[in-house]
Design a protein around this ligand. Structure first.
Ligand code: NAD
Ligand code: UFG
Length: 338
């Protein structure tokens, strides 16, 4: 299958290109490179031996999308393109709504016109409301998002659900990711956060390599086994393989379906620090800092539906996540920058 991969030069997109190629598919990427470097796709070629076509531009550019459909026989799309920084979304909400929602609508408009009606959407555990019991199931309550980024995912899901309801030819798969971490085992592709990382794992690895002095652990008085926040960390290669499973599912099903992509296991911040130190023989200095506003104490998935229907489960463990994060970080201390 020829798969249009929006945002394919980014962190999850580049790993998904590798897994699509391994599964015999052909990814075609559109990315405006706002949060990525085209070198990621050179590295995908080094890993797979296959060149990935990159259209550099914005998914909201309808004429460019038309050109991509003119020049390629596209069978379905995986829609990763979007802005994803929670804090930034509070500072520039309009840009987040504009980018994340208009890109989804423009993409669907052109796909519908071309009769290509299969789409996989990058959603997030952030769409679940904070008052649910754990583990989170696909039918747990959604909404009450705490930031504009979360609302763009919630609204993006709704737009796609409505499209599938209105036209039974559409097949829409909503994938709710938990906390993606790690990197390809080759160390050639990985996460390259801009500036100071917001997320735990890149902060840990940048501290271990000496770019940051110490990690601030945001709160140690949560109702968890050691007082620090618990999350469902998932290796990015497992996540990428979840998309390949979703492509297979799309071929055989119409309508809308939603799946959690998580492991079902929660680890605390201090669990991750200790695992990182043990896996890599490095020190991660840390201090306990105040809670970060908006954080939950615990968040983890029930991945049973994905296992049952997609035939997908996460295979990498916590040690793999820590090892591969460090492998990427130590081989590429400045990410894709020279
Ligand atoms: P990323 O920033 O590395 O990748 C997103 C890519 O989209 C980037 O390459 C960026 O340049 C591109 N892009 C953004 N807006 C665009 C536009 N209008 N047109 C063309 N390209 C555009 O992020 P990621 O971590 O790979 O995330 C991929 C998707 O998964 C995003 O939609 C994100 O919201 C979602 N997601 C990520 C996480 C996470 O923790 N990484 C968790 C849940 C959901
Ligand atoms: N944390 C620290 N110190 C840091 C960074 C994070 O202690 O420097 C803690 C947080 O308080 C939290 C845990 O580490 O307890 C994980 O935090 P992240 O920022 O890595 O991840 P979140 O669970 O807050 O959010 C991530 C993505 C969201 C996505 C969500 C669910 O950033 O976009 O997972 O998928 F919506």
């Amino acid at each position: 299958m020829n798969v249009l991969v929006t945002g394919g030069a980014g962190y999850i997109g580049s790993h998904t290109c590798v897994e699509l190629i391994h599964a015999g598919h052909t990814p075609i990427v559109i990315d405006n490179l706002r949060n990525s470097n085209p070198k990621s796709l050179d590295r995908v070629r080094e890993i797979t031996g296959q060149t990935v076509a990159l259209y550099e531009g914005d998914v909201r550019d309808e004429a460019l999308l038309e050109r991509i459909f003119d020049e390629n026989e596209i069978h379905c799309a995986i829609h990763f393109a979007g802005l994803k920084a929670v804090g930034e979304s509070c500072a520039i909400p309009l840009e987040y709504y504009q980018n994340n929602l208009c890109s989804t609508m423009t993409l669907c408009k052109v796909m519908g016109k071309r009769g290509v009606k299969g789409i996989i959407f990058s959603s997030s555990a952030t769409v679940y409301s904070g008052d649910n019991e754990m583990p989170l199931r696909e039918n747990s309550r959604t909404g009450n998002c705490t930031n504009p980024y979360g609302w763009t995912k919630y609204m993006g899901e709704q737009i796609l659900r409505d499209i599938a309801k209105a036209d039974p030819q559409w097949s829409v798969v909503l994938l709710r990711y938990f906390n993606p971490v790690g990197a390809h085992e080759s160390g050639k592709i990985g996460e390259h956060p801009n500036g100071i990382p917001n997320n735990l794992m890149p902060y840990i690895s940048q501290t271990a390599i000496g770019k940051r002095e110490k990690l601030s652990v945001f709160g140690n008085d949560y109702a968890t086994h050691d007082g620090t926040g618990v999350r469902d960390y998932i290796h990015v290669v497992d996540l990428a393989r979840g998309h390949v499973a979703a492509v297979n599912y799309l071929c055989e099903h119409k309508g809308e379906a939603v799946f959690n992509l998580g492991t079902g296991t929660g680890y605390s911040v201090l669990d991750m620090v200790k695992a990182f130190e043990t896996a890599n023989g490095v020190k991660v200095p840390y201090v306990i800092a105040p809670r970060r506003p908006g954080d939950l104490d615990t968040c983890y998935a029930d991945p049973a539906k994905s296992a049952q229907i997609l035939g997908w489960t996460a295979k990498h463990d916590q040690n793999d996540m820590c090892r591969d994060t460090w492998n990427w970080q130590s081989q590429n201390p400045n990410g894709f920058d020279d």
